[in-house]
Write a protein that binds this ligand. Sequence first.
Ligand code: ZN
Length: 487
Amino acid sequence: MKYDTLIRQALIIDGSNTPGYLADVGILAGRIEAIGDLATVSAGHEVDARGLVLAPGFVDVHTHDDTVVIRHPQMLPKLSQGVTTVIVGNCGISAAPVSLRGDPPDPMNLLGTRAAFAYPRFADYRAAVEGAQPAVNVAALIGHTALRSNHMDDLQRTATPDEIAAMRGQLQESLEAGALGLSTGLAYASAFNATTDEVLQLSEELTAFGAVYTTHLRSEFEPVLEAMDEAFLIGRHAKAPVIISHLKCAGAGNWGRSPQLLASLEQAAKTHPVGCDCYPYAASSSTLDLKQVTDAFRITITWSTPHPEVGGRDLQDIAAQWGLSLMDAARRLQPAGAVYYGMDEADVRRILAHPLSMVGSDGLPEDPFPHPRLWGAFPRVLGHFSRDVGLFPLHTAVHKMTGLSAARFGLTERGEIREGYWADLVLFDPLRVRDVADFKEPQRAAQGIERVWVNGVLSYSEGQANGQRSGRFLARSGALGGGFSSL
Ligand SMILES: [Zn+2]
């Protein structure tokens, strides 16, 4: 038999942002061996894919799956969407390299409790991922806040020269061990007092590796353009590609400004590789941040350490029941998590549709009542935004979650259906695919995802993970591809 698996007569949407074509695909030893008319050939396992779309497995470029890929390696929330690769370590928080002296500081607590942080060196984390063998591939960024927590006794200030030198050493060692780049979360209190200069100095470690700089901006509210300029300055200084995380116009006073943000991104893209990711919802989610407490839009509490019983309820109801102001109720709930309904749908659509944007879920796997993006982001783009709303053609939707993403993060031989590439593949029904998870019932698998292969191994079919876990750790593989030349 010539192939391990033969997928017959699928509509191939290959990830390159071009329309689909009908073909057969033969998989051998984890890779795409042949694409074309394979009618006369047989294989160990054959799939009749008539009426279905075969796409590259989706790359979730924005995750906080750092420790869950080890503790719950089946990764059903991602696998069930057709995701075959997750990029962890976003927003300045990563599981490694970390040596905690107490409980993880906010927002590192999004990744788990103290016990989940067991990787003082990045190489330890990499070995743990390889040992756990998750169902999806894992690539990792190094979090600025994580580095700060290793070397600073007080996160509410900027780092001293000695502390910066220590952080640089750890960043360099991690990049040598295969990390993709550096992420920051400058909006969070645990990094907000870091000066631009602190980040500039750290970013110099990226240059020699061709590694990326990703950032949860210092502000997504009124000063968002200034925050974008800071990100571009850092990227240019380090000669490092810049990826702005979950680009948005946050806060009612900021609605309608997405054309300005996108113009700024386009302007920067003329002279430097820049891009962004976003999730396809008009509500955000993170830890409960007092700076974001407002009566201008709805806020739902997803978890609270002192008051776990309020998970899923509105902050306004909780405050009314307790006879407190929103702010005092929020203080009593901390540490806690929240969903903020703080975006305008028109901004979300404009950013999602922009050629420089990729899809990332930003899902929070530890949350007992998570934002539905954890289970629904990718099928929502395919079904709701591409098919039902008509925001862009299906091949563009696929490109934003495959070819573009792999090129931007330097994941070679992934993200497209091409002979010789790794066989990370998803077979889905273009008429049925849709996100089922919503804000009321957020932990529900998507419909229409028929089969998912990871490194050539069938890992999800008929609505079930089949127990096969064949994900790999993906080390940074050097030069970035062509994803940045598209504008
Ligand atoms: Zn973030």
